[in-house]
Design a protein around this ligand. Structure first.
Ligand code: FES
Length: 107
């Protein structure tokens, strides 16, 4: 189970072992990490799972698809080059140590 680091806007860090095959969003929601909502259940339809991926980790992620790219234009907080929808990031061994920074609000 890869270790994923969730960093809140105030700097609070939650480091959790997340099961392979679940999404980074599910890892947060299932473990009560505040800062990721996941309102649509992971269907890339709500953008309440917006995160800023640590820029050193960007190369380890799979490329985003068109739907994710469109939804990232509808986030509550500004889109940046390292913005991703955490429901579209599937946890695997390759993502060991991934750091995602959460915006201060998803609404
Ligand atoms: S959970 Fe809705 S877009 Fe990710």
């Amino acid at each position: 189970m890869p270790l994923i680091h969730y960093v809140a806007a105030d700097g609070t860090r939650s480091s959790l072992d997340i099961e392979d095959g679940t999404s980074v969003m599910q890892g947060a929601v299932f473990n009560g990490v505040e800062g990721i909502v996941g309102e649509c259940g992971g269907n890339a339809m709500c953008a309440t799972c917006h995160v800023y991926v640590d820029e050193r980790d960007l190369d380890r992620l799979e490329a985003m698809d068109e739907l994710e790219n469109e939804m990232l234009d509808a986030t509550a907080r500004p889109r940046r080059v390292n913005s991703r929808l955490s429901c579209q990031i599937k946890v695997s061994a390759e993502l060991e140590g991934l750091i995602v920074n959460m915006p201060d609000s998803q609404y």
